[in-house]
Design a protein around this ligand. Sequence first.
Ligand SMILES: Cc1cc2nc3c(=O)[nH]c(=O)nc-3n(C[C@H](O)[C@H](O)[C@H](O)COP(=O)(O)OP(=O)(O)OC[C@H]3O[C@@H](n4cnc5c(N)ncnc54)[C@H](O)[C@@H]3O)c2cc1C
Length: 452
Amino acid sequence: MSRPRIVVVGAGFAGHQAARTLSQRLRGRAEIVLLNPTDYFLYLPLLPQVATGILEPRRITVSLTGTLPRVRLVLGEAESVDLAARKVRYTDPEGGGGELTYDRLVLAVGSVNKLLPVPGVSQHAHGFRGIPEALYLRDHITRQIELADTTDDRVEAEARRTFVVVGAGYTGVEVAALGAMFTDALAKEHHRRHDTSGLPSRRPRWLLLDLADRVLPELDQRLSGTADRVLRERGVDVRPETSVKEATDQGVQLDDGEFVDTRTLVWCVGVRPDPLVSDLGLDVEGGRLVVDPQLNVPGHPEVFACGDAAAVPDLTRPGKFTPMTAQHAHRQGKVVGHNVAASLGIGGERRPYRHNDLGFVVDLGGLKAAANPLGIHLSGVAAGAVTRGYHLAAMPGNRIRVAADWLLDAILPRQAVQLGLVRSGAVPLDSSAPELARSPGSSTSPRPSKEE
Ligand SMILES: Cc1cc2nc3c(=O)[nH]c(=O)nc-3n(C[C@H](O)[C@H](O)[C@H](O)COP(=O)(O)OP(=O)(O)OC[C@H]3O[C@@H](n4cnc5c(N)ncnc54)[C@H](O)[C@@H]3O)c2cc1C
């Protein structure tokens, strides 16, 4: 008799952990296929450190084949799912297509950049969801500082030295805090080597905007207070209750009437579930696929979903869904692995997903962070140590490489070079596949996502 086939779509926090749990439990009794556009798991929480030159990009990528024994990796992006025929159709990285039949399906496709209907934003802003975007941003920031120093046009120089981040959630806060440190160091170094005027170097300007009345609006008030203080100490212009009305190639029009000359608009307003799930014809909540507490799709006992793409009932907060965080996605992946095995008669009964938040860590660069592990509020160096320790413990690989980069960053200046490998057009904000750079005119270009 042939072995049942389990197809896991997506190898992020949820899918990677689901495949790992299945491999450990089933030990060859079922075929496990993992469909993902890249051959790596991406440790997203450290992406801001890649964009600001602290970590090299490969440090936060963990090989799927190297960490998942007995799992067959298929490189590709799922395009559609035929629930009746139990088939997933996908496009491979070279534009070819394929089909995978399944006996059990786990959907763990995560999320993509959230768009808002603001004129000019999809043309002039860049998101923050994958390695190509982080590489683009690192080069772009470096280039702005270099070009600002070579132009004789003062208005242009000021615009190039101005960086606007929209969205003061944990991603926007980290990008602004680490970005301000990065550009200060770049500007000083550039000035020291090239200035002949004798005038002091002009400090780059960072603005952090959010419609909410405080930074980190979704987190504890004390974390917010710590982050706000550190950002302001770094010179970041924190603007609560402010947003962008229009973006142009010369700058951004704010909703309070001010026009900010800038060449950089970083869009961190959050994420929305991958559009694949809303195309299935199944029940969704806020774009997330509805599942029961066992992470099973109602009416389809062979289909499971977890992570950002799934609306998972939060049993610790009745009536709510679990937030889109790595902590939940990772643990849901484990429960899905157990429940899929149980549905094949291996390893006991299905169990519901229940998890109390263990707190949050927000890296603010240098030795600073805001953290509340197990509800204990920390700031300063203690929070910095906890934050870095947490990331090392949570990564499924590459820990020594990451720690080595942190050590090098503590003792050496950042490398101020741009490689120019990812250009602006390769990382559009509106993409269903931010993990892949778009190549113009190529049939392998990620399809733009559907507008909400
Ligand atoms: C910059 C940034 C920083 C963050 N920092 C934190 C943090 O500090 N703490 C925290 O708790 N959370 C953080 N998050 C949120 C956290 O990363 C997500 O909640 C988590 O990644 C969700 O896990 P997931 O498995 O659902 O999705 P992901 O980890 O995004 O994985 C989804 C996977 O599915 C693949 N995929 C997508 N579409 C398809 C398709 N059609 N076919 C096949 N594969 C597909 C993707 O390539 C990816 O590998 C951060 C997010 C970002 C963007």
